[in-house]
Write a protein that binds this ligand. Structure first.
Ligand SMILES: Cc1cc2nc3c(=O)[nH]c(=O)nc-3n(C[C@H](O)[C@H](O)[C@H](O)COP(=O)(O)O)c2cc1C
Length: 197
């Protein structure tokens, strides 16, 4: 693994897409722990909320069930994201579980920020609301509609954990869930942010 990384770095110093094997978008070197954590199997979801007349949402791989009766789930949301403050204010969220043919939708919600664009303006994604009012994607594989019960921010962490009680859930179509793989989401490394060794 190390040999492969070093040779990619030497060969492709000026190729931003090769650099993504070595650095995050913000120039942090991807380390051994990152690579081990990449081996956790995760789905891809669009976590949404609605506040004061507007919809908010982001792609989230860090979503999991944490209790079975009643059903609780948890989603980890970056403090820097646009969605974060609105999830807290709204007090509810939707989890739209993507199907394996929806990488494009994951990129749409995961590679753009509501700080800059309204991701809900896209015409080919259709939305509904169930119990809470969170946007539920009609063409997702399945959805969870959740009432926010707690938010925990691990000290020093860059994400907050939003814990929700599932108050409605449904399968929307046949298919398999989209599994997260880093290479499905190419990004350009911001070379100016790379710290020299
Ligand atoms: C497949 C995929 C999975 C992601 N998983 C998460 C996640 O679990 N939590 C998170 O905070 N950001 C995650 N992100 C990044 C956010 O979706 C991304 O930063 C997004 O632009 C934030 O949007 P917002 O600023 O409109 O909230 C993921 C991105 C992708 C492409």
């Amino acid at each position: 693994m190390l040999r492969e990384t070093v040779s990619a770095e030497q060969k492709n110093k000026n190729d931003p897409f090769e650099l993504m094997k070595i650095y995050t978008r913000s120039g942090k070197k991807i380390n051994n722990t990152d690579r081990v954590l990449d081996l956790l199997t995760e789905g891809v979801q669009i976590v949404t909320t609605h506040y004061s007349g507007d919809d908010y949402g982001l792609a989230a791989a860090w979503v999991m069930r944490i209790a079975g009766s009643p059903h609780f789930v948890m989603t980890a949301v970056a403090l820097s994201s646009n969605t974060y403050p609105y999830l807290q204010k709204a007090g509810f969220f939707g989890v739209n579980i993507l199907a394996e043919d929806q990488v494009g939708i994951a990129r749409h919600f995961g590679r753009q920020t509501g700080h800059e664009v309204n991701k809900f303006k896209r015409q080919d994604i259709y939305w509904d609301r169930k119990v809470t009012g969170a946007p539920i994607m009609l063409d997702a594989l399945a959805y969870l509609d959740c009432r926010l019960v707690d938010v925990y921010q691990p000290p020093g962490g860059d994400h907050a954990l939003f814990i929700g009680e599932v108050i409605d859930a449904g399968k929307l179509r046949e298919g398999e869930a989209l599994i997260y793989r880093r290479e499905d989401y190419p990004y350009r490394v911001d070379i100016s942010l790379i710290e020299s060794d």
